[in-house]
Ligand binder design. Structure first.
Ligand code: DC
Length: 230
């Protein structure tokens, strides 16, 4: 069936604020592989929609935006800059309003379909770490190793609250918690590509773990699957 050995992929899925980004970056760094932050792809479409006053329900215009957005990821060291139409959008992409809009546009099947090829293109030698919600279930179901990270919504809100406070932002814990819970519910209950573990994914509950522990458990799991082949 296959035309040759497929380029290896490791998928890291899970809800928002669970540490997928840090675990993915650590694995990509350790293996020297490429990285796909698929959340940033949906956030970029959301950013374009917000800037062009496209409604979250306007499927035709959203699909057109997916098709004509010029999206580039540029890495320098461990930092990855996202460029939309040649302009670096920096921290704006990580804001909660953009995240909420991303979660809404991501529930539209035609939008998800329009973004598939762009995600497949990241599968380049020597390998790919793909971070998202449906990497192991829909986009790269043939991945060599699949990890699903989870943690209670309260714990994820607490981590995010600390990060934002450290950046000097004025945040209210209760609003942050309810935004996270709302986005979780939408991402988990949608009909297409809901945030659920693949049947063959290793589930790691990080509620009572440090980031270092999650990274080392993920690395150990990948090692146990891939052995000395990488
Ligand atoms: O991981 P993130 O918070 O940057 O993702 C933002 C939103 O994008 C998230 O709420 C749901 C959506 N998303 C998705 O539907 N599928 C993915 N593979 C990644 C993100």
């Amino acid at each position: 069936m296959s035309t040759g050995p497929a380029i290896p992929v490791i998928t890291i899925d899970g809800p928002s604020g669970v540490g997928k980004g840090a675990v993915s970056a650590a694995l990509a760094d350790a293996l020297g592989w490429h990285l796909l932050d698929s959340g940033a792809v949906y956030r970029a479409v959301a950013w374009v929609a917000l800037n062009r006053d496209i409604e979250a329900t306007d499927e035709a215009q959203l699909v057109a935006a997916c098709e004509d957005v010029d999206l580039k990821f540029e890495s320098s060291g461990s930092d990855i800059a996202v460029l939309i139409d040649g302009v670096s959008v920096g921290d704006q992409l990580r804001s909660e309003p953009v995240g909420q809009m991303a979660s809404k546009v991501a529930a539209i099947p035609a939008v998800r379909r329009a973004l598939l090829d762009l995600q497949y293109d990241f599968r380049q030698s020597p390998g790919l770490i793909a971070d998202g919600r449906d990497m192991g279930t829909v986009v790269f179901p043939d991945a060599q190793a699949k990890i699903f990270l989870t943690a209670s919504a309260h714990e994820r809100a607490t981590r995010r609250f600390k990060q934002l406070k450290e950046k000097g932002e004025d945040v209210i814990f209760d609003s942050l918690f309810s935004e996270i819970a709302e986005r979780d519910r939408r991402d988990r209950e949608r009909a297409v590509s809901p945030t659920v573990p693949a049947d063959d994914a290793k589930v790691i509950d990080s509620t009572d773990m440090s980031l270092e522990q999650v990274i080392s458990e993920s690395k150990a799991y990948v090692e146990s699957i891939m052995g000395g082949s990488e």
